[in-house]
Design a protein around this ligand. Sequence first.
Ligand SMILES: *[C@@H]1O[C@H](CO)[C@@H](O)[C@H](O)[C@H]1NC(C)=O
Ligand SMILES: *[C@@H]1O[C@H](CO)[C@@H](O)[C@H](O)[C@H]1NC(C)=O
Ligand SMILES: *[C@@H]1O[C@H](CO)[C@@H](O)[C@H](O)[C@H]1NC(C)=O
Length: 443
Amino acid sequence: MAAGPKVGFLDDFDSDEVDGRDAGSERDWSGRWIAPAPRRRILVQICFWTFGATTLIALFTIIAWIIYPTTTLATPKPAENAHNAIKVMVVGDSISQGHEGDYTWRYRLWQWFKDSGHEDVAFVGPYNGTFPPLDLPRPPSWPPGEPSPGLITRDWGGYATDVDPAWLEAGDNVHFAHWGRQGAQFRPIIEDAVRQAQPDYVILALGFNDLAWLYWPTDLVGIVQDLVTKVRAAKPDTKFAVGNVVQRLAFGGGPKLPELTRTYNTMLEDAIPQWSTDQSPVELVRMRESYECDPWGCPAAHDGLHPNALGEYQIAKAFARTLHEKYGLGSSNFTIPANIPPRPCAPPTNLKALVIPDAATNGTTPNTATIHLSWDRIYGAFGYYSQHQFTGGNWAVLPGLSEYSSVDKTAVGLGESWEMRVRTYCGDQQPNSDWSSVVSVST
Ligand SMILES: *[C@@H]1O[C@H](CO)[C@@H](O)[C@H](O)[C@H]1NC(C)=O
Ligand SMILES: *[C@@H]1O[C@H](CO)[C@@H](O)[C@H](O)[C@H]1NC(C)=O
Ligand SMILES: *[C@@H]1O[C@H](CO)[C@@H](O)[C@H](O)[C@H]1NC(C)=O
Protein backbone atom coordinates (compact mmCIF):
# COMPACT_ATOMS: atom_id res chain seq x y z
CA MET A 1 0.00 0.00 0.00
CA ALA A 2 1.33 3.38 -0.92
CA ALA A 3 2.56 5.60 1.87
CA GLY A 4 1.34 9.14 2.38
CA PRO A 5 -1.54 10.40 4.44
CA LYS A 6 -4.97 9.51 3.20
CA VAL A 7 -7.44 12.31 3.44
CA GLY A 8 -11.07 12.12 2.52
CA PHE A 9 -13.18 9.25 1.37
CA LEU A 10 -12.73 9.08 -2.37
CA ASP A 11 -8.98 8.68 -2.67
CA ASP A 12 -8.62 4.98 -2.11
CA PHE A 13 -12.01 3.53 -2.61
CA ASP A 14 -11.62 0.16 -4.19
CA SER A 15 -14.35 -2.34 -4.70
CA ASP A 16 -12.50 -4.95 -6.69
CA GLU A 17 -13.39 -8.48 -5.86
CA VAL A 18 -11.10 -11.13 -7.23
CA ASP A 19 -11.56 -14.83 -6.81
CA GLY A 20 -10.11 -16.16 -3.59
CA ARG A 21 -6.98 -18.24 -3.78
CA ASP A 22 -5.73 -20.57 -1.11
CA ALA A 23 -2.24 -19.72 -0.01
CA GLY A 24 -1.20 -22.96 1.62
CA SER A 25 -3.14 -22.50 4.81
CA GLU A 26 -5.37 -25.17 6.20
CA ARG A 27 -8.19 -26.07 8.49
CA ASP A 28 -7.43 -28.45 11.33
CA TRP A 29 -9.44 -31.44 12.50
CA SER A 30 -11.67 -29.36 14.70
CA GLY A 31 -12.50 -26.96 11.91
CA ARG A 32 -10.36 -24.29 13.45
CA TRP A 33 -8.25 -22.43 10.96
CA ILE A 34 -4.53 -22.60 10.83
CA ALA A 35 -3.03 -19.56 9.23
CA PRO A 36 -0.62 -20.12 6.36
CA ALA A 37 2.57 -19.08 8.14
CA PRO A 38 4.29 -21.71 10.32
CA ARG A 39 2.84 -20.36 13.52
CA ARG A 40 -0.61 -21.17 14.70
CA ARG A 41 -2.47 -18.03 15.44
CA ILE A 42 -4.37 -18.95 18.53
CA LEU A 43 -5.98 -15.56 18.59
CA VAL A 44 -7.33 -16.00 15.11
CA GLN A 45 -8.79 -19.27 16.15
CA ILE A 46 -10.48 -17.79 19.17
CA CYS A 47 -12.47 -15.67 16.77
CA PHE A 48 -14.31 -18.75 15.66
CA TRP A 49 -15.25 -20.01 19.08
CA THR A 50 -18.95 -20.29 19.06
CA PHE A 51 -21.43 -22.46 20.84
CA GLY A 52 -21.37 -26.15 20.08
CA ALA A 53 -19.00 -25.94 17.16
CA THR A 54 -16.25 -28.27 18.33
CA THR A 55 -15.12 -30.22 21.32
CA LEU A 56 -12.49 -27.63 22.06
CA ILE A 57 -15.04 -24.89 21.92
CA ALA A 58 -17.28 -26.82 24.25
CA LEU A 59 -14.36 -27.38 26.59
CA PHE A 60 -13.49 -23.71 26.65
CA THR A 61 -17.08 -22.83 27.26
CA ILE A 62 -17.28 -25.23 30.17
CA ILE A 63 -14.08 -23.88 31.65
CA ALA A 64 -15.27 -20.33 31.14
CA TRP A 65 -18.57 -21.14 32.79
CA ILE A 66 -16.78 -22.64 35.74
CA ILE A 67 -14.65 -19.57 36.11
CA TYR A 68 -17.41 -17.08 35.33
CA PRO A 69 -20.69 -18.73 36.22
CA THR A 70 -22.59 -15.49 36.06
CA THR A 71 -22.11 -13.47 32.94
CA THR A 72 -23.06 -9.89 33.26
CA LEU A 73 -23.46 -6.80 31.22
CA ALA A 74 -21.71 -3.83 32.76
CA THR A 75 -24.04 -1.02 33.71
CA PRO A 76 -24.50 1.07 30.57
CA LYS A 77 -23.66 4.70 30.58
CA PRO A 78 -26.92 6.42 31.55
CA ALA A 79 -28.66 7.93 28.58
CA GLU A 80 -29.65 11.07 30.52
CA ASN A 81 -26.01 12.13 30.82
CA ALA A 82 -25.98 13.54 27.39
CA HIS A 83 -29.37 14.63 26.19
CA ASN A 84 -27.93 16.58 23.28
CA ALA A 85 -25.27 14.12 22.36
CA ILE A 86 -25.29 11.94 19.29
CA LYS A 87 -25.39 8.49 20.83
CA VAL A 88 -23.66 5.75 18.89
CA MET A 89 -23.67 2.06 19.72
CA VAL A 90 -21.24 -0.27 17.99
CA VAL A 91 -22.50 -3.85 17.80
CA GLY A 92 -19.94 -6.31 16.56
CA ASP A 93 -17.42 -9.09 17.02
CA SER A 94 -13.68 -9.28 17.68
CA ILE A 95 -12.96 -6.89 14.83
CA SER A 96 -14.83 -4.19 16.76
CA GLN A 97 -14.06 -5.21 20.35
CA GLY A 98 -10.34 -5.37 19.71
CA HIS A 99 -7.61 -7.10 21.68
CA GLU A 100 -5.83 -5.80 24.76
CA GLY A 101 -3.44 -3.04 23.69
CA ASP A 102 -5.37 -2.12 20.52
CA TYR A 103 -6.59 1.39 19.77
CA THR A 104 -9.65 -0.14 18.08
CA TRP A 105 -11.45 1.34 15.07
CA ARG A 106 -14.11 2.60 17.49
CA TYR A 107 -11.50 4.95 18.93
CA ARG A 108 -10.49 6.19 15.47
CA LEU A 109 -14.14 6.83 14.62
CA TRP A 110 -14.57 8.71 17.89
CA GLN A 111 -11.54 10.86 17.06
CA TRP A 112 -13.07 11.68 13.68
CA PHE A 113 -16.32 12.73 15.36
CA LYS A 114 -14.38 14.96 17.77
CA ASP A 115 -12.18 16.45 15.04
CA SER A 116 -15.15 17.25 12.86
CA GLY A 117 -17.21 19.28 15.26
CA HIS A 118 -19.04 16.60 17.22
CA GLU A 119 -17.62 17.23 20.66
CA ASP A 120 -20.95 15.96 21.93
CA VAL A 121 -20.73 12.45 20.52
CA ALA A 122 -21.35 9.73 23.11
CA PHE A 123 -20.60 6.10 22.50
CA VAL A 124 -22.98 3.84 24.40
CA GLY A 125 -23.28 0.14 25.19
CA PRO A 126 -22.93 -2.46 27.93
CA TYR A 127 -19.23 -3.39 27.58
CA ASN A 128 -16.19 -1.17 27.94
CA GLY A 129 -12.99 -3.09 27.32
CA THR A 130 -11.09 -5.03 24.74
CA PHE A 131 -10.67 -8.80 24.81
CA PRO A 132 -8.16 -9.62 27.56
CA PRO A 133 -5.62 -12.44 27.42
CA LEU A 134 -7.12 -15.73 28.54
CA ASP A 135 -4.99 -15.86 31.67
CA LEU A 136 -5.92 -12.36 32.82
CA PRO A 137 -8.52 -12.78 35.55
CA ARG A 138 -11.56 -10.59 35.82
CA PRO A 139 -10.89 -7.63 38.11
CA PRO A 140 -12.57 -8.19 41.49
CA SER A 141 -14.25 -4.79 41.39
CA TRP A 142 -16.02 -5.41 38.08
CA PRO A 143 -19.46 -3.82 38.23
CA PRO A 144 -22.50 -6.01 38.56
CA GLY A 145 -25.07 -5.68 35.82
CA GLU A 146 -27.89 -7.29 33.99
CA PRO A 147 -27.45 -10.95 33.11
CA SER A 148 -26.58 -11.64 29.50
CA PRO A 149 -28.30 -14.93 28.67
CA GLY A 150 -25.95 -17.75 27.88
CA LEU A 151 -23.09 -15.59 26.67
CA ILE A 152 -19.62 -15.46 28.06
CA THR A 153 -18.45 -11.89 28.36
CA ARG A 154 -14.77 -10.99 28.60
CA ASP A 155 -14.39 -7.26 28.27
CA TRP A 156 -11.77 -6.26 30.80
CA GLY A 157 -8.87 -5.77 28.40
CA GLY A 158 -7.34 -2.30 28.17
CA TYR A 159 -6.60 -0.10 25.17
CA ALA A 160 -3.35 1.19 23.70
CA THR A 161 -1.54 3.01 26.48
CA ASP A 162 -1.44 6.29 24.55
CA VAL A 163 -5.13 6.68 23.69
CA ASP A 164 -6.54 10.12 24.44
CA PRO A 165 -7.46 9.99 28.15
CA ALA A 166 -10.74 11.73 27.26
CA TRP A 167 -11.86 8.59 25.43
CA LEU A 168 -11.65 6.64 28.69
CA GLU A 169 -12.73 9.43 31.02
CA ALA A 170 -15.85 10.20 29.02
CA GLY A 171 -16.67 6.51 28.96
CA ASP A 172 -16.70 6.60 25.16
CA ASN A 173 -14.86 3.28 25.14
CA VAL A 174 -18.17 1.51 25.76
CA HIS A 175 -19.62 -0.71 23.07
CA PHE A 176 -21.55 -3.88 22.38
CA ALA A 177 -18.96 -5.96 20.55
CA HIS A 178 -17.50 -9.26 21.60
CA TRP A 179 -14.81 -11.63 20.49
CA GLY A 180 -16.17 -14.61 18.55
CA ARG A 181 -19.72 -13.40 18.60
CA GLN A 182 -22.12 -14.10 15.77
CA GLY A 183 -24.91 -11.84 14.63
CA ALA A 184 -27.23 -14.68 15.53
CA GLN A 185 -26.03 -14.54 19.13
CA PHE A 186 -27.10 -10.91 19.44
CA ARG A 187 -30.72 -11.75 18.69
CA PRO A 188 -31.76 -12.53 22.27
CA ILE A 189 -29.82 -9.65 23.83
CA ILE A 190 -29.80 -6.66 21.49
CA GLU A 191 -33.26 -5.35 22.34
CA ASP A 192 -32.46 -4.95 26.05
CA ALA A 193 -29.12 -3.34 25.33
CA VAL A 194 -30.74 -0.80 23.01
CA ARG A 195 -33.55 -0.11 25.46
CA GLN A 196 -30.99 0.70 28.13
CA ALA A 197 -28.50 2.68 26.06
CA GLN A 198 -30.99 4.48 23.74
CA PRO A 199 -28.58 4.99 20.82
CA ASP A 200 -29.44 7.36 17.98
CA TYR A 201 -27.22 5.35 15.67
CA VAL A 202 -26.62 1.62 15.77
CA ILE A 203 -23.53 0.50 13.93
CA LEU A 204 -23.62 -3.16 13.00
CA ALA A 205 -20.27 -4.70 12.15
CA LEU A 206 -21.23 -8.35 12.21
CA GLY A 207 -21.42 -11.50 10.23
CA PHE A 208 -17.91 -12.86 9.88
CA ASN A 209 -18.47 -15.47 12.57
CA ASP A 210 -21.87 -16.38 11.16
CA LEU A 211 -20.43 -17.10 7.73
CA ALA A 212 -17.45 -18.92 9.23
CA TRP A 213 -19.73 -21.10 11.35
CA LEU A 214 -23.15 -22.53 10.68
CA TYR A 215 -24.87 -19.84 8.64
CA TRP A 216 -25.27 -19.31 4.91
CA PRO A 217 -25.37 -15.85 3.34
CA THR A 218 -29.13 -15.96 3.02
CA ASP A 219 -29.46 -16.87 6.72
CA LEU A 220 -27.21 -14.01 7.67
CA VAL A 221 -29.24 -11.46 5.73
CA GLY A 222 -32.27 -12.65 7.72
CA ILE A 223 -30.33 -12.42 10.97
CA VAL A 224 -29.26 -8.84 10.31
CA GLN A 225 -32.78 -7.86 9.31
CA ASP A 226 -34.00 -9.44 12.53
CA LEU A 227 -31.49 -7.37 14.52
CA VAL A 228 -32.79 -4.22 12.84
CA THR A 229 -36.34 -5.20 13.82
CA LYS A 230 -35.34 -5.90 17.41
CA VAL A 231 -33.48 -2.60 17.71
CA ARG A 232 -36.56 -0.77 16.44
CA ALA A 233 -38.72 -2.59 18.96
CA ALA A 234 -36.61 -0.94 21.66
CA LYS A 235 -36.14 2.41 19.91
CA PRO A 236 -38.22 2.97 16.77
CA ASP A 237 -36.27 5.93 15.36
CA THR A 238 -32.81 4.38 15.45
CA LYS A 239 -30.64 5.05 12.40
CA PHE A 240 -28.42 2.25 11.14
CA ALA A 241 -25.02 1.93 9.56
CA VAL A 242 -24.59 -1.71 8.59
CA GLY A 243 -21.15 -2.97 7.63
CA ASN A 244 -20.66 -5.67 5.05
CA VAL A 245 -18.24 -8.49 5.89
CA VAL A 246 -14.49 -8.21 5.41
CA GLN A 247 -12.41 -10.80 3.64
CA ARG A 248 -9.56 -12.53 5.45
CA LEU A 249 -6.28 -14.12 4.47
CA ALA A 250 -6.91 -17.47 2.79
CA PHE A 251 -7.17 -20.75 4.58
CA GLY A 252 -7.70 -24.14 2.99
CA GLY A 253 -9.92 -27.12 3.50
CA GLY A 254 -12.95 -25.24 4.77
CA PRO A 255 -15.96 -23.94 2.93
CA LYS A 256 -15.25 -21.23 0.43
CA LEU A 257 -15.40 -18.33 2.80
CA PRO A 258 -14.29 -15.73 0.25
CA GLU A 259 -17.16 -16.77 -1.99
CA LEU A 260 -19.69 -16.88 0.85
CA THR A 261 -18.56 -13.43 1.91
CA ARG A 262 -18.94 -12.06 -1.59
CA THR A 263 -22.40 -13.57 -1.92
CA TYR A 264 -23.48 -12.17 1.41
CA ASN A 265 -22.15 -8.71 0.65
CA THR A 266 -24.09 -8.62 -2.62
CA MET A 267 -27.28 -9.85 -0.95
CA LEU A 268 -26.87 -7.34 1.89
CA GLU A 269 -26.46 -4.46 -0.53
CA ASP A 270 -29.65 -5.49 -2.33
CA ALA A 271 -31.62 -5.98 0.88
CA ILE A 272 -30.67 -2.87 2.82
CA PRO A 273 -32.71 -0.31 0.83
CA GLN A 274 -35.84 -2.37 1.52
CA TRP A 275 -35.28 -2.15 5.25
CA SER A 276 -35.15 1.64 5.42
CA THR A 277 -38.05 3.65 6.71
CA ASP A 278 -38.32 7.43 7.00
CA GLN A 279 -38.05 7.25 10.74
CA SER A 280 -35.33 4.61 10.79
CA PRO A 281 -33.05 4.60 7.76
CA VAL A 282 -30.58 1.77 7.15
CA GLU A 283 -27.38 2.48 5.23
CA LEU A 284 -24.65 0.19 3.97
CA VAL A 285 -21.03 0.58 5.11
CA ARG A 286 -18.37 -0.78 2.77
CA MET A 287 -16.09 -2.25 5.38
CA ARG A 288 -14.84 -4.92 3.05
CA GLU A 289 -13.79 -2.45 0.36
CA SER A 290 -12.14 -0.09 2.83
CA TYR A 291 -10.25 -2.80 4.70
CA GLU A 292 -7.09 -3.83 2.89
CA CYS A 293 -7.43 -7.54 3.42
CA ASP A 294 -7.83 -10.23 0.79
CA PRO A 295 -7.30 -13.97 0.63
CA TRP A 296 -3.91 -13.36 -1.02
CA GLY A 297 -2.64 -10.61 1.25
CA CYS A 298 -3.80 -8.70 4.28
CA PRO A 299 -1.72 -5.67 5.27
CA ALA A 300 -4.60 -4.32 7.40
CA ALA A 301 -4.61 -7.21 9.89
CA HIS A 302 -2.02 -8.39 12.36
CA ASP A 303 -3.06 -12.02 11.95
CA GLY A 304 -4.82 -12.29 8.63
CA LEU A 305 -8.13 -11.03 10.00
CA HIS A 306 -8.03 -8.73 13.03
CA PRO A 307 -7.15 -5.10 12.37
CA ASN A 308 -3.72 -3.74 13.14
CA ALA A 309 -3.30 -0.02 13.72
CA LEU A 310 -3.68 0.64 9.97
CA GLY A 311 -6.73 -1.60 9.61
CA GLU A 312 -8.38 0.19 12.52
CA TYR A 313 -8.18 3.45 10.59
CA GLN A 314 -9.48 1.80 7.44
CA ILE A 315 -12.57 0.40 9.12
CA ALA A 316 -13.28 3.65 10.96
CA LYS A 317 -12.99 5.45 7.65
CA ALA A 318 -15.61 3.22 6.06
CA PHE A 319 -18.06 4.05 8.84
CA ALA A 320 -17.17 7.73 8.82
CA ARG A 321 -17.86 7.83 5.12
CA THR A 322 -21.38 6.46 5.46
CA LEU A 323 -22.14 8.58 8.53
CA HIS A 324 -21.05 11.67 6.63
CA GLU A 325 -22.51 10.97 3.20
CA LYS A 326 -25.81 9.46 4.33
CA TYR A 327 -26.44 11.16 7.65
CA GLY A 328 -24.53 14.42 7.31
CA LEU A 329 -22.41 13.77 10.38
CA GLY A 330 -18.80 14.86 10.74
CA SER A 331 -16.77 15.84 7.73
CA SER A 332 -15.35 14.21 4.63
CA ASN A 333 -11.87 14.61 6.05
CA PHE A 334 -10.74 11.32 7.44
CA THR A 335 -6.98 11.18 7.63
CA ILE A 336 -5.00 7.96 7.81
CA PRO A 337 -1.48 8.90 8.93
CA ALA A 338 1.39 8.06 6.63
CA ASN A 339 3.42 6.55 9.41
CA ILE A 340 1.82 4.25 11.89
CA PRO A 341 4.23 3.25 14.64
CA PRO A 342 4.64 -0.48 15.37
CA ARG A 343 3.00 -2.01 18.40
CA PRO A 344 5.11 -1.80 21.55
CA CYS A 345 6.80 -5.18 21.87
CA ALA A 346 9.07 -5.68 24.89
CA PRO A 347 10.69 -9.00 25.76
CA PRO A 348 9.23 -10.88 28.73
CA THR A 349 10.90 -10.49 32.11
CA ASN A 350 10.93 -12.29 35.43
CA LEU A 351 11.13 -15.81 34.00
CA LYS A 352 10.64 -18.57 36.52
CA ALA A 353 11.14 -22.29 35.91
CA LEU A 354 9.46 -24.66 38.30
CA VAL A 355 10.25 -28.40 38.28
CA ILE A 356 7.23 -30.58 39.01
CA PRO A 357 8.16 -34.28 39.31
CA ASP A 358 5.72 -36.54 37.49
CA ALA A 359 3.38 -38.36 39.84
CA ALA A 360 3.88 -41.97 40.80
CA THR A 361 1.64 -44.46 39.05
CA ASN A 362 1.05 -48.02 40.25
CA GLY A 363 3.62 -47.52 42.99
CA THR A 364 6.45 -46.76 40.55
CA THR A 365 8.03 -43.34 40.58
CA PRO A 366 8.77 -42.21 37.01
CA ASN A 367 12.13 -40.60 36.32
CA THR A 368 10.56 -37.64 34.53
CA ALA A 369 9.29 -34.20 35.42
CA THR A 370 7.48 -31.21 33.93
CA ILE A 371 9.19 -27.83 33.77
CA HIS A 372 6.63 -25.07 34.23
CA LEU A 373 8.06 -21.89 32.75
CA SER A 374 6.26 -18.64 33.52
CA TRP A 375 6.94 -14.93 33.07
CA ASP A 376 5.34 -11.55 33.60
CA ARG A 377 2.68 -10.76 30.99
CA ILE A 378 3.53 -8.15 28.38
CA TYR A 379 0.66 -5.74 27.98
CA GLY A 380 -0.93 -6.05 24.56
CA ALA A 381 1.09 -9.09 23.46
CA PHE A 382 -0.65 -11.46 21.05
CA GLY A 383 1.37 -14.38 22.43
CA TYR A 384 4.82 -15.70 23.19
CA TYR A 385 7.35 -18.04 21.63
CA SER A 386 9.68 -20.04 23.82
CA GLN A 387 12.85 -21.99 23.21
CA HIS A 388 14.78 -24.50 25.26
CA GLN A 389 18.14 -26.21 25.09
CA PHE A 390 20.31 -28.58 27.05
CA THR A 391 22.74 -26.31 28.80
CA GLY A 392 25.35 -25.51 26.20
CA GLY A 393 23.40 -27.15 23.37
CA ASN A 394 21.34 -25.67 20.53
CA TRP A 395 18.16 -23.72 20.93
CA ALA A 396 15.02 -25.55 19.84
CA VAL A 397 11.48 -24.31 19.72
CA LEU A 398 9.13 -25.25 22.50
CA PRO A 399 5.43 -25.67 21.51
CA GLY A 400 4.17 -22.99 19.07
CA LEU A 401 2.65 -19.73 20.05
CA SER A 402 1.44 -19.59 23.63
CA GLU A 403 -1.30 -17.15 24.46
CA TYR A 404 -0.68 -17.71 28.14
CA SER A 405 2.26 -16.23 29.99
CA SER A 406 3.52 -19.70 30.79
CA VAL A 407 4.39 -22.91 29.03
CA ASP A 408 5.00 -26.50 30.19
CA LYS A 409 7.85 -28.67 28.99
CA THR A 410 6.76 -32.20 29.77
CA ALA A 411 8.51 -35.56 30.14
CA VAL A 412 11.91 -34.10 30.99
CA GLY A 413 14.37 -36.68 32.31
CA LEU A 414 15.56 -36.22 35.89
CA GLY A 415 19.09 -34.99 36.47
CA GLU A 416 19.14 -32.82 33.36
CA SER A 417 20.09 -29.15 32.96
CA TRP A 418 18.05 -26.92 30.69
CA GLU A 419 18.04 -23.33 29.62
CA MET A 420 14.92 -21.51 28.47
CA ARG A 421 14.00 -18.16 27.01
CA VAL A 422 10.90 -16.44 25.65
CA ARG A 423 10.01 -13.64 23.29
CA THR A 424 6.88 -11.67 22.63
CA TYR A 425 4.77 -11.96 19.48
CA CYS A 426 3.17 -8.65 18.51
CA GLY A 427 1.57 -9.46 15.17
CA ASP A 428 2.63 -10.63 11.73
CA GLN A 429 3.79 -7.32 10.37
CA GLN A 430 6.51 -6.54 12.82
CA PRO A 431 9.41 -8.42 14.36
CA ASN A 432 8.99 -10.39 17.55
CA SER A 433 10.62 -8.84 20.62
CA ASP A 434 14.20 -9.65 21.52
CA TRP A 435 14.69 -12.80 23.54
CA SER A 436 14.25 -12.56 27.27
CA SER A 437 17.19 -13.29 29.50
CA VAL A 438 17.85 -17.00 29.86
CA VAL A 439 16.65 -18.99 32.83
CA SER A 440 18.50 -22.17 33.84
CA VAL A 441 16.85 -25.10 35.52
CA SER A 442 17.95 -28.55 36.70
CA THR A 443 15.53 -31.41 37.08
C1 LIG B 1 -14.57 -0.52 32.59
O1 LIG B 1 -15.38 -0.08 33.65
C2 LIG B 1 -14.90 -0.49 34.94
C3 LIG B 1 -15.91 -0.08 35.97
O2 LIG B 1 -16.25 1.25 35.83
C4 LIG B 1 -13.54 0.13 35.19
O3 LIG B 1 -13.03 -0.31 36.43
C5 LIG B 1 -12.59 -0.32 34.08
O4 LIG B 1 -11.35 0.31 34.24
C6 LIG B 1 -13.15 0.01 32.73
N1 LIG B 1 -12.27 -0.61 31.73
C7 LIG B 1 -11.88 0.01 30.65
C8 LIG B 1 -10.99 -0.77 29.75
O5 LIG B 1 -12.19 1.15 30.40
C1 LIG C 1 -8.23 16.80 8.44
O1 LIG C 1 -8.31 16.51 9.82
C2 LIG C 1 -7.08 16.44 10.48
C3 LIG C 1 -7.36 16.03 11.90
O2 LIG C 1 -7.95 14.80 11.93
C4 LIG C 1 -6.37 17.74 10.40
O3 LIG C 1 -5.11 17.62 11.03
C5 LIG C 1 -6.18 18.11 8.95
O4 LIG C 1 -5.65 19.40 8.88
C6 LIG C 1 -7.52 18.11 8.22
N1 LIG C 1 -7.28 18.30 6.81
C7 LIG C 1 -8.07 19.04 6.05
C8 LIG C 1 -7.70 19.09 4.60
O5 LIG C 1 -9.02 19.64 6.50
C1 LIG D 1 -1.28 -50.08 36.50
O1 LIG D 1 -1.23 -51.51 36.67
C2 LIG D 1 -2.34 -52.19 36.10
C3 LIG D 1 -2.20 -53.64 36.48
O2 LIG D 1 -0.88 -54.07 36.32
C4 LIG D 1 -2.34 -51.95 34.58
O3 LIG D 1 -3.45 -52.62 34.01
C5 LIG D 1 -2.42 -50.48 34.29
O4 LIG D 1 -2.34 -50.24 32.91
C6 LIG D 1 -1.29 -49.73 35.00
N1 LIG D 1 -1.49 -48.33 34.85
C7 LIG D 1 -0.52 -47.52 34.43
C8 LIG D 1 -0.90 -46.08 34.30
O5 LIG D 1 0.59 -47.90 34.15
